[in-house]
Ligand binder design. Sequence first.
Ligand code: ADP
Ligand code: TRP
Length: 331
Amino acid sequence: MEIVLSGIRPTGNLHLGNYFGAVRNFVKMQDEANCFFFIADYHSLTTHPKPDDLHARVKQVLVEYLAAGLDPEKSTLYVQSDLQETAELYLFLNMNAYMGELERVTTFKEKARKQPDNVNAGLLTYPSLMAADILIHKAHKVPVGKDQEQHLEMTRTFARRFNRMYQEDYFPIPQAFNFGEELVKVPGLDGSGKMGKSEGEGNAIFLSDDPKTIRKKVMRAVTDSGPTEPNQSKPEAIENLFTMLRIMSTPDAYNFFDEQYNNCTIRYGDLKKHLAEEIVHFTDPIRNRILELGNNEQYISKVARLGAEKARESGRKTVNEVREIIGFKSF
Ligand code: ADP
Ligand code: TRP
């Protein structure tokens, strides 16, 4: 069975963009492949050497992904730092990773510009840590966004190099995986661009937002003074609201408001009210699960321990084989 793996940075709460752009597809994939999903807490040290509440953040991510439908029985759901063998594979990969190629990585250059006082070796070797994450389970497919493609290319380079160096066809060459037709870009509420947690206040709707917050955010979404001519094209902010409607509501509702737009009778307030209720209807059960799971310390620990156990079983095997291939032997 094909092995699918993805890493999740423990930064912030899940929003509708993350859900429809990524998480929903992870949930579906659980039935089709042997999936590994992990929370990349080692990686966060490259930018936050002294993270506040690292454990609480990791827990929140775990809780939200579970609430959104990841199933610890179907997939291996673990915390990166629970699989310490990752660090050993990272060490081995670093021995064959070259300064020149690491320095050329776009995200490295960007981060180095952003944090000139902390251009640490972890930042430089971010791609080898990511490669270790992927190769430790010999993953075939890695569902990631566009911004991660260069990292994945590096993983392929490291895997091929390892195979060539030690003359063994050991690591499969992992492929980026995008969801093709199912790929949705969720727009933000501020009139331009996509929904994102680092955009302005009110741009993103989080799965953990309560109904009042959701209604407030939607009602404040950017619009204009309305169409003046029949069938005129929609400016970006309005197009965005319709895209949200398409994602969250029924084709009937979409067509109803679209027709009103086209004959200039639309009242954006009505559209927003409808949209807000659809979003509340969708997120409410997820939010309740988030609250429930967040209070169930015992269950969360159990999930994390089960994930760690499954991840170690797979990871240890790889690292032991790699040690043997390189030539380490125990006395
Ligand atoms: P953010 O943009 O809020 O920082 P991340 O970069 O952490 O989100 O994204 C995590 C995952 O969610 C990625 O796979 C990314 O492609 C997806 N994603 C984020 N925002 C959106 C969006 N607005 N529409 C679709 N997918 C998104
Ligand atoms: N670098 C990824 C991100 O920023 C997170 C990540 C770490 C990852 N290790 C990975 C993703 C391995 C896929 C596979 O989103």
